[in-house]
Design a protein around this ligand. Structure first.
Ligand SMILES: Cc1cc2nc3c(=O)[nH]c(=O)nc-3n(C[C@H](O)[C@H](O)[C@H](O)COP(=O)(O)OP(=O)(O)OC[C@H]3O[C@@H](n4cnc5c(N)ncnc54)[C@H](O)[C@@H]3O)c2cc1C
Length: 303
């Protein structure tokens, strides 16, 4: 019996190298700290290319981001990438953070403009003495030291941007300033990503545009998050989660199925690198990586 056109063609990582990265946010309290480190421990054996740590809106997690990045560096074999924004800080303050990271041994920064201090939806105003936008920040980081720099990309356009073309112009400026990888905002329709990729390549941008995958652990939260981020939520997705508000077990199974379908389709269409928005939870991400053919490195080494 034919196992199905896609899964039967699907070959695990030994045939095409899969690269993954995992995004975490700095914990607010002891309980969240434990959840984060349990997740890091669980995902660590999958040997991600890097793990990134977000920077709270307006720099609100500055110390916690730094502490989390440093702990990853000192207590795990993982390569951390520190997110950094331009919001509410002078160039001097941002440069000091960058130098501090360099001194600690961090060599990868995810450089972002960041949301306005009042939150997404407010009009953005650069700090008078600060970096003006993400491209300006990328140039500043490049001047400060030898860093690998990743930036954001928006297959459905950033909400502040008048057009997708203007958005791609900003991506080009970030690449010209020294960014070597873009990670996309999450999306649920893969065609959006491929159409975007075509336009980005047509604009002469040749860095990897790594799809950001959000396993939907909580549909209501994902929907709110999507509304703020300008990402669309298809009707079919809402229908899949409809009626499951009080049924976390089924919700989790559906979430795994939805994310599996998405990454297998991306893989079948040539994508080999994936960035996972883990929300500090490992289970779904681990399962999806397993499906992609990733196995714990220790186990692989024994075979
Ligand atoms: C992978 C990823 C990681 C992220 N991590 C974090 C994080 O750790 N912390 C955090 O706070 N946020 C984070 N964000 C969210 C991000 O900070 C917001 O989306 C922010 O609003 C834009 O920052 P950017 O660097 O993505 O924008 P940019 O790429 O600089 O700009 C996005 C678009 O908006 C346009 N634009 C920018 N400024 C203006 C303006 N003043 N007027 C009109 N158009 C404008 C640009 O031209 C561009 O088209 C992340 C997003 C992604 C995709």
């Amino acid at each position: 019996m034919d196992a199905g056109p896609r899964l039967s063609r699907f070959m695990p990582a030994r045939h095409r190298r899969i690269g993954v990265s995992f995004e975490f946010f700095p914990p607010k309290d002891e309980g969240m700290e434990k959840i984060l480190w349990d997740s890091v421990e669980r995902l660590k054996p999958l040997a991600p290319d890097f793990v990134s740590v977000t920077y709270g809106a307006g720099g609100s997690t500055r110390e916690r981001t730094h502490a989390t990045v440093k702990r990853i560096l000192s207590e795990t074999p993982l390569t951390p990438a520190a997110h950094l924004t331009c919001v509410a800080a002078t160039r001097g303050e941002v440069d000091a953070i960058v130098r501090n990271y360099h001194d600690a041994g961090v060599r990868h920064i995810v450089a972002l403009r960041g949301d306005p201090v009042g939150g997404a939806g407010d009009k953005y105003a650069p700090h008078p003495g600060g970096y003006q936008n993400a491209a300006d920040l990328v140039a500043g980081i490049k001047r400060a030291g030898d860093f690998e720099i990743s930036v954001s990309a928006y297959p459905e356009k950033h909400p502040d941007s008048p057009t997708l073309e203007a958005d791609i112009d900003m991506l080009k400026a970030k690449v010209d300033a020294g960014a070597s990888r873009a990670i996309t905002q999450f999306f649920f329709e893969n065609d959006l990503y491929f159409r975007y990729l075509e336009r980005v390549r047509a604009r002469g941008i040749d860095i990897p545009i790594v799809p950001g995958i959000l396993p939907v652990q909580n549909f209501k939260a994902a929907k709110n998050f999507a509304a703020r981020a300008g990402a669309s939520v298809p009707v079919w997705l809402a229908e899949r989660f409809h009626g499951l508000d009080n049924d976390p077990t089924t919700r989790k199974l559906i979430a795994a199925a939805v994310a599996a379908e998405q990454v297998i389709d991306l893989f079948d269409r040539g994508v080999t690198n994936f960035h996972f928005y883990t929300m500090n939870r490992a289970d779904l991400v681990y399962a999806i990586c397993h499906l992609l053919g990733l196995r714990p490195v220790t186990q692989e080494a024994v075979q």
